[in-house]
Design a binder for this molecule. Structure first.
Ligand code: ADP
Length: 300
C-alpha cells in the first residue's frame, strides 16, 4: 500500500455576481461544499488508480472533520492514522467566484497546521510497511522532514510534490525517490539556467539526493529525468475545462504506477493521461478519472 502524509481541507465555494468590496455585505447565489486539500486529493487520485491507500493527517472535531472521514471511507482510503484534534477546525478554504470567474480565496489551515513529528513517529510501522510514501507541502515542514527521516530509516521510496512552494526546505538531508514539480517550482529549485540543460539538471539531482525528477508543463510535454536518461512524454490531447486538481491527479496516479513497479515511461504516460482527463471536469476530486477511464483513453 501507499501512505499519503498531507492536508485535508473543506472548500466552501460561494457564487456571487460581483466580488464584495471591503466592508460590503453581499448575497451569494449558491454555496457548495467540496472535499479538497492537496494530501487528500492525491490520496483519492492514487486510490482511483487501484492502490490501497492509508492517509496520515489532522482534522478538527467539527462536522466537516466527521464528513471527511466518511468521505475517505467511501473511497476505500484507510483513515485510522488521521488524528481528530479537539477544539480545532478542519482546514477550510472560503472561495468566492464571481460572474467574470474572478475569485477571492481565504485559506485557514486549521487542524492541518497541527500535524506534528510525534504523530508521524506514532505511525512508524505504517510508514515502514508502505511500498511508497507520498508527500506534498500543505502540512508543517517538521512533519514533512520527519516523514522523510522515517522513510529513509525503513528504505521506503518517497514521492514528493513540493507544493505550495517555499524556499526553506533542507534539500539533500534525506533522499527523495521522485520529485514531481511544475515549471515554476522547477525554476525556483534549480534556477532558470540549470533548467535549460538536461545535463545540468542531472548533476543537480545527485546533490539534492533525488533519483527521478518529473517536470509537468501544463499543455506541453512532461519531462522525466534520471541521472542517466531523460524522457519527454507528449501531453495527452484534451480541450481543458478546468485545470484545478490536474497536478494532484498527476502525482497520485504516478505514485500508484510507481508502487505497481511499472516502468518509468509507463508511469509518466498514465499520470499524464489521468491529469489531462482531470481537466475535462470542474472541481478537484470529482474530476479525477478511474484506472478504467485512463486505460480506455490510452487505447483510443
Ligand atoms: P500545476 O497545475 O500543478 O501547475 P501543470 O499545469 O503542469 O501543473 O499540470 C499538471 C499536469 O496536468 C500536466 O503535466 C498534464 O499532464 C496535465 N495538464 C494540465 N493542463 C493540460 C492541458 N491543457 N492539456 C493536457 N494536459 C494538461
Amino acid at each position: 500500500h501507499i501512505t499519503v502524509v498531507g492536508s485535508l481541507n473543506i472548500d466552501w465555494i460561494a457564487r456571487v455576481p460581483k466580488l464584495p468590496k471591503p466592508g460590503q455585505t453581499i448575497a451569494s447565489t449558491s454555496l457548495i461544499q467540496r472535499f479538497g486539500g492537496k494530501g487528500a486529493n492525491q490520496a483519492i487520485a492514487a486510490s482511483r488508480q487501484g492502490a490501497q491507500i492509508s492517509m496520515i493527517g489532522c482534522i478538527g472535531d467539527d462536522p466537516s472533520g466527521i464528513a471527511y472521514l466518511n468521505h475517505l471511507g467511501n473511497h476505500h482510503i484507510h483513515h485510522e492514522a488521521i488524528l481528530t484534534l479537539s477544539k480545532k477546525f478542519t482546514g477550510s478554504a472560503m472561495i468566492a467566484v464571481d460572474d467574470s470567474a474572478e475569485n477571492q480565496i481565504i485559506v485557514n489551515a486549521g487542524a492541518n497546521a497541527h500535524l506534528k513529528p510525534q504523530h508521524l513517529r506514532q505511525h512508524e510501522t505504517l510508514i515502514a510497511q508502505s511500498r511508497a510514501l507520498l508527500l506534498q507541502w500543505e502540512v508543517p515542514q517538521p512533519a514533512i522532514v520527519e516523514s522523510l527521516r522515517l522513510a529513509e530509516k525503513h528504505r521506503v521510496p518517497v514521492i514528493m510534490n513540493p507544493s505550495p512552494w517555499h524556499d526553506q526546505f533542507p534539500w539533500g538531508k534525506h533522499p527523495i525517490h521522485t520529485l514531481v514539480v511544475n515549471q515554476h517550482e522547477a525554476a525556483a529549485l534549480f534556477g532558470p539556467k540549470t533548467l535549460k540543460q538536461i545535463s545540468s539538471l542531472q548533476k543537480a539531482l545527485a546533490t539534492h539526493r533525488i533519483n527521478r525528477l518529473i517536470i509537468t508543463r501544463g499543455a506541453n510535454s512532461t519531462l522525466g529525468i534520471t541521472p542517466e536518461a531523460h524522457i519527454e512524454m507528449p501531453a495527452f490531447p484534451v480541450d481543458p475545462l478546468d485545470t484545478v486538481g490536474a497536478g494532484d491527479t498527476f502525482a497520485g496516479t504516478y505514485a500508484t504506477c510507481f508502487a505497481q513497479r511499472l516502468d518509468f515511461p509507463i508511469c509518466l504516460q498514465h499520470a499524464n493521461t489521468a491529469a489531462a482527463l482531470a481537466t475535462l471536469k470542474p472541481g478537484a476530486q470529482e474530476a479525477i478519472p478511474t484506472h478504467a477511464q485512463v486505460t480506455k483513453a490510452l487505447s483510443q
